[in-house]
Design a protein around this ligand. Structure first.
Ligand code: ACO
Length: 432
């Protein structure tokens, strides 16, 4: 379209500039030409937390937060959650197409070949204190993997990249399970390649041959599918930022895991459980809501930077919860959560701010019913999200627009001044 441009008048100079618009976006660099004098640096944009800045082109995940739509490679999340296995979705995210049966068989076998970890990794994990948080163990261990696979540093070779991607996807559940079992003081359990994406390592006790409950393993698989990618969220942006320096995928994934751990991001699922414990019973919900409205608490598991409508993943998770409870018995926290949601969705404070339950509001309740402790919830989130991180990293590494991430700042410190020798520094003057 000829008129896909934006004309800007700089009222400081009365000059006009016309810049192209591409897919509803102007390039921030096109604003640099807007200057008040030849030695002026040029206009920048200021956007802390990237509220309105696209940092990349991506063909992986589509999200419309106003309409509550989430698609991987064009496929609605609801259809993938109903029909696919997790590894099938992983293949889709990484390769852009759903696999044929032969492709899927080969892919499953390839990933499962990589589920074992080097025995030295176990020794390394043994060094953690008995009550170390499993997320701390997971992120350090993933970072440590780069010392085992130095070839991974060759990030510009697509074949090397794909080898590391498969290796990491294979090892994540093993590392997650070891981190979890370390916390519980249970022996580490080797992966069983006959099971689908390894469930035995999490749940196995003393049975010689562990058989997973089909409802619980399918529920875990659906949760994994829902958590696999979510475009440019906090941890994915970290993955891309660290990856932009050509760091290897293990170091890069460890950075993304660190971002995921935060309670405003993936760590929210653990916080939701703590919040439900604190509320304790339905009759205490109104008082808790008042505290939230007074700014004393956040309603954890509510609100989202992008969704200003019901998170489609939360809708599916609510249904999964009911199926899991048929096997495990009802987690009484679900009733507090449902009531909390009902009250919040009818309260002006939440309605005006478009705050809806996000993916973390219900996931922890299911994980707890499955027998996991709250500090393991974010680890369970990290297993599938690794696929999304790696798909986004791989896309970045072959993007012709890739450059090292390096934002600008607006400097607010002192103007240039002369050095003062230590003996002449006046404390009162510098206000110390
Ligand atoms: N409880 C109470 N108030 C909230 C909540 C909440 N959970 N979330 C947002 N608000 C309020 C804010 O106080 C703000 O109110 P104001 O306009 O009066 O100042 C308004 O809603 C807008 O919120 P922001 O903080 O500007 O929204 P932002 O997009 O920056 O934050 C976030 C999104 C971090 C997810 C936020 O909603 C939050 O902290 N939620 C709780 C933590 C959580 O559940 N995180 C998981 C997100 S999903 C994921 O990462 C996997």
């Amino acid at each position: 379209m000829d008129n896909e441009t934006l004309t800007i008048t700089d009222n400081r100079t009365q000059k006009s500039y016309t810049v192209p618009i591409f897919r509803g976006t102007v390039r921030a660099m096109d604003l640099r030409q807007i200057k008040t004098s030849p030695d002026d640096f040029g206009l920048m944009t200021y956007d802390p937390a990237f509220m309105n800045t696209a940092s990349c082109h991506s063909a992986i995940t589509y999200l419309d937060g106003d309409k509550g739509i989430l698609r991987y490679r064009g496929y609605p999340i609801e259809q993938l959650a109903e029909h696919c296995t997790f590894l099938e979705v992983a293949y889709l995210l990484l390769n852009g197409e759903l696999p044929t049966q032969d492709e899927l068989d080969a892919w499953n076998a390839r990933v499962m070949r990589h589920t074992m970890i080097h025995e030295n990794v176990k020794k390394f994990m043994d060094g953690f204190h008995h009550d170390a948080h499993p997320m701390g163990i997971l992120l350090s261990t993933v970072a440590a993997l780069s010392t085992f696979y130095p070839a991974a540093r060759n990030v510009h070779d697509p074949k090397v990249r794909m080898s590391q991607i498969v290796r990491l996807i294979g090892k994540m559940p093993t590392l997650a399970a070891y981190a979890y079992r370390h916390r519980l003081g249970r022996p580490y359990v080797y992966p069983d390649p006959e099971l689908c994406y390894p469930m035995n390592m999490l749940w196995k006790k003393t049975e010689p041959k562990y058989v997973a409950n089909p409802v619980l393993s399918r529920a875990l698989e659906v949760l994994f599918i829902l958590h696999a990618d979510h475009e440019q969220n906090c941890s994915t942006s970290v993955m891309r930022a660290v990856g932009s320096s050509d760091a290897d995928p293990y170091a890069t994934t460890a950075a993304a895991i660190s971002a995921l751990w935060g309670p405003l991001h993936g760590g929210a699922n653990e916080e939701v459980l703590r919040m439900l414990d604190e509320i304790g019973s339905k009759d205490r919900i109104p008082a808790f809501i008042e505290h939230v409205k007074d700014g004393k608490h956040k309603l954890m598991g509510f609100g989202h930077r992008v969704y200003k409508n019901y998170d489609p993943r939360a809708r599916i998770i609510k249904q999964v919860a009911e199926e899991v409870f048929e096997v495990t018995g009802r987690n009484p926290k679900i009733d507090i959560a449902l009531e909390l949601e009902k009250i919040a969705l009818n309260d002006d404070y939440f309605v005006k701010r478009k705050l809806y339950p996000n993916v973390d509001f219900y996931s922890g309740i299911i994980y707890q019913a499955m027998g996991f402790s709250p500090d393991q919830f974010t680890v369970l989130f990290g297993i599938p999200r690794t696929v999304g991180w790696l798909a986004q990293w791989n896309e970045l590494m072959s993007d012709p627009d890739k450059k090292i991430a390096r934002p600008r700042q607006i400097y607010t410190g002192e103007e240039a001044r002369d050095f003062v020798p230590r003996t002449l520094r006046d404390r009162e003057l510098v206000g110390v």
